[in-house]
Design a protein around this ligand. Structure first.
Ligand code: MGD
Ligand code: MGD
Ligand code: MO
Length: 763
């Protein structure tokens, strides 16, 4: 493959981590002119929680846990660049719309609240109080509180998120679209049906005891890099690490830990995956069913040889229901369908089952490659089925490990950001605050946009995030925003969603997690919950970017007081001292008992997860094998010869584009690429480096992308999010959880009008 002739496409031969990671941190610090000392406070007991990901902190960690992408997240927030009133006087809204997302956010931190002025086409400074008043008035003009949508991104702390849901419910709605709806909703809906809890069951310590770790559909080298330390240590002590991913991802293959001198001296680093299976995009359900089929065969063989079988019969009898139905469904699923859907030969799947059966203790980790499909919920449940067959939940070194996205996405859900509240929770909320919270279930993210589009909703307020850009189908979602009476963004950086103008458009900057938050009672800490249900405190260290910035809790309280006339809730008291917010959280959620004391010890405390102790909080107290007929996790999307998945580059945080490189995939300085299998390209008459259009429908075309022949499964194509979101229809989602099918878009590739790629734009 003639790599060298295509600018910015070169391949990558090194390990993940290593000197390249150290170099990238130095560049991030320099580009943002950030205070490098900030990096020393990341994930330290008295410092702030890294806003990068939700991977937990090690109990016996060294002084400084190095993470390249954590460093990028911190320096991006702690940047010395400012987007101030002068910036908005200089640049009109129309001009800013033409900027690249990278440049919009890259301009720096927001310093002042803004209101869009349609007469001048500029964003103009207003006071926080004026913004609160305008928002409150617009909300009170609605016919019905259910005409408002209250988005929450997973960056918000427990304290901010708890106040946000209290505010919206006191106002009268359960409309809580949140980033969970786009992310692990399949887990939140699917796992409770299987095991009674919508969260992972493992602790970091379990990684030290597992005999085998399966990594399905997630990319830790980029998205949860601190996990590589756990995988490295597991690999070094001989645990099997089995990967199922359509793409060869370097962070799953080899790691050179900057914490270990030995690694840094060896260019190849430490080998991680002991087996790497390039499952077809959307082929996981078939693969998981194939593993179960092979497991049943091993079991039968062992039984007929006089052995005890490989299934954990005692566990199944004592702890589960539904075994017979599962066994029947697996028996009915044929190998030819399994092979065709998964793209993996039977022998390969049998070898996965073999490794699984031989391991006494198994952890299965998974990410967006599992959840973001039409049958994401069932994909998750097949993972639970596989684990339950050998009693791999609720014993040391074993369990299910969904890798959460945002650093506090799990916590936000725990403290009440949900469109589907339980009656028990609402009763406690009512009692704690003397309100009458609405009972009618609200909108998740997809539902919210449908309501905005067809006029049922007229206001959208977002606490963090870049909602319209994160969603599928920007043509629809941007239009929906523009139909609103009120659009409010509470953000640290000005992004494209802030530029979607409603009748009234407000942008309010807030303190970031790295910054000191001083209220009437003194400096405050906030708290977050990681992927393993550990709740701990985080205290900002840096001087705020401007002394006028309010914290998220203060902003939410400001909105609440201006919206809820005569509110009897002590908003000011709670903002003055966040301990009071935490006391209220504990009053509403008994699992947080003694919250303030328990969160003051280093590393905090763990919320109870019944299944970790084989207590199943399901209606019948058992874990459930759940059957889903067929072997297509995409609900028909995989019938296409080519299926596109949308992925993150190494230089982005969701919609935030830090830079245009994707080091481990060998891409430099550009994002206009589609990764495809060389044989698929050849079949379509396309050469590596050709310009192609990615076609998902007559109005869904991503034009002029550079075709890159890549180590990706046959039939699978990958492109970057959010650029590719235009290819995804708003209602192409999992009907059970509402999760958009971001990771299985039926497409075709056609040669673009021009035959040779242009040089990438210089950055
Ligand atoms: N630096 C950084 N860290 C992040 C984020 C970020 O953008 N940047 N985002 C945060 C958030 S919100 C989240 S949700 C997580 C996301 O973390 P991941 O779940 O790792 O996210 P993705 O990049 O979407 O990648 C998914 C991986 O799944 C693979 N994949 C794609 N389709 C399929 C499929 O059908 N089956 C299988 N088995 N695999 C598939 C892709 O090849 C890729 O390796 O990371 C969080 N952490
Ligand atoms: N095609 C495709 N689309 C996807 C995905 C995919 O894999 N493929 N993944 C989906 C997933 S998993 C997710 S989670 C969503 C992400 O959806 P969002 O959470 O909505 O998006 P982010 O890009 O994380 O939001 C970035 C913005 O957050 C603001 N921000 C940063 N820090 C803070 C803070 O501390 N406080 C406040 N108030 N604001 C802050 C900044 O202004 C920044 O512009 O995208 C989804 N969209
Ligand atoms: Mo996410």
């Amino acid at each position: 493959m003639a790599d060298s002739i295509i600018e910015g496409v070169k391949g990558y031969t090194g390990a993940a981590g290593g000197w390249g990671a150290l170099r990238a941190v130095a560049i991030a610090v320099r580009n943002q002119m950030a205070d490098a000392k900030a990096l020393l406070s990341v994930n330290q007991p008295d410092g702030f929680d890294c806003p990068g990901c939700a991977w937990p902190d090690p109990r016996h960690g060294s002084s400084f846990e190095f993470c390249e992408n954590g460093a990028k997240a911190v320096t991006w927030e702690a940047t010395a660049k400012r987007v101030d009133p002068e910036f908005f006087a200089q640049h009109s809204a129309t001009e800013l719309w033409g900027w690249h997302d990278h440049d919009l956010e890259g301009a720096g931190r927001l310093t002042h609240p803004l209101r869009y002025n349609p007469d001048t086409d500029h964003y103009e400074v207003i006071s926080y109080d004026e913004a609160f008043r305008l928002a409150g008035e617009a909300l009170n003009r609605l016919d019905d509180p259910d005409q408002a949508e209250f988005y929450c991104s997973g960056r918000a702390s427990n304290e901010a998120a708890f106040l946000w849901q209290l505010y919206a419910r006191a106002f009268g709605t359960n409309n809580f679209p949140d980033c969970s709806n786009m992310c692990h909703e399949a887990t939140s809906i699917g796992l409770p049906q299987s095991i009674g809890v919508g969260k992972g069951t493992v602790l970091l310590e379990d990684f030290e005891q597992a005999d085998a770790i399966f990594c399905i559909g997630h990319n830790p080298g980029t998205n949860h890099p601190r996990m590589l330390s756990s995988l490295r240590d597991a690999a070094r002590r001989g645990a099997a690490i089995v990967v199922a991913n359509p793409m060869k991802e370097r962070g799953l293959e080899r790691f050179q830990s900057p914490q270990h001198v030995g690694d840094m001296m060896r260019r190849s680093g430490v080998a991680l995956a002991s087996a790497y299976h390039q499952v077809r995009v959307g082929g996981d359900m078939a693969m998981l069913k194939g593993m179960m089929k092979a497991l049943f065969a091993l079991d039968e063989a062992d039984l007929s040889a006089g052995g005890p079988g490989v299934l954990d019969r005692a566990f199944i009898a004592e702890h589960t229901t539904g075994f017979e139905a599962l066994a029947a469904d697996i028996a009915a699923t044929q190998w030819d369908e399994i092979e065709r859907r998964s793209g993996l030969p039977r022998a390969e799947i049998e070898s996965m089952a073999d490794t699984y059966a031989k391991a006494e203790r198994v952890i299965i980790c998974y990410g967006m490659g599992i959840t973001q499909h039409r049958h994401g919920t069932q994909n998750v449940q097949q993972i639970a089925n596989l684990l339950l067959l050998r009693g791999n939940i609720g014993k040391p070194g074993a369990g299910i490990c969904p890798l959460r996205g945002h650093s506090n996405v799990q916590g936000d859900r725990t403290v009440g950001i949900t469109e589907l509240p339980t009656e028990e929770f609402l009763q406690r909320l009512d009692a704690a605050f003397g309100i009458a919270a609405p009972r009618k279930h609200g909108h998740g993210a997809v539902e919210a946009f449908k309501a905005m589009l067809d006029g049922r909703s007229r206001a959208v307020l977002s606490l963090g995030g870049n909602l319209a850009v994160a969603m599928p189908d920007p043509a629809a979602c941007f239009a929906a925003y523009r139909k609103m009476d009120l659009a409010v963004s509470v953000v640290t950086k000005f992004n494209r969603t802030c530029l979607l103008r409603a009748k009234e458009t407000l942008v309010l900057p807030c303190l970031g997690r790295t910054e000191q938050d001083v209220q009437a009672s003194g400096p405050q800490s906030i708290t977050v919950e990681d992927s393993m249900s550990m709740v701990h405190a985080s205290r900002g260290k840096l001087k705020p970017v401007s002394d006028t910035l309010l914290s998220e809790p203060a902003i939410v309280a400001g909105f609440a007081k201006a919206t809820l006339r005569g509110t009897a809730i002590d908003w000011d008291g709670m903002v003055a001292d966040y301990d009071r917010i935490r006391d209220k959280i504990a009053e509403v959620f008994p699992d947080f008992g003694d919250y303030n004391a328990r969160v003051r010890v280093p590393l905090g405390f763990r919320l109870p997860i019944g299944p970790s102790d084989r207590i199943w909080p399901t209606p019948d107290g058992k874990a459930h094998f759940l059957v889903h007929a067929g072997a297509d996790g995409t609900g028909g999307n995989a019938d296409s010869r080519l299926v596109l998945t949308t992925i993150r580059s190494h230089d982005q945080y969701n919609t935030t584009i830090y830079g245009h490189n994707d080091r481990y995939r060998g891409i430099t300085g550009r994002r206009d690429v589609v990764f495809a299998n060389a044989d698929d390209l050849a079949e379509a008459g396309i050469s590596h480096g050709d310009l192609v259009d990615v076609v998902a429908g007559p109005d869904r075309v991503l034009e002029r992308q550079v075709a890159v022949a890549h180590a990706i499964a046959r039939g699978s194509v990958a492109a970057y999010y959010p650029e590719a979101n235009h290819l995804i229809a708003l209602d192409d989602c999992d009907p059970v959880s509402g999760t958009p099918a971001y990771k299985s878009v039926p497409i075709t590739l056609r040669r673009a009008a021009a035959l040779s790629p242009e040089a990438p734009p210089s950055r």
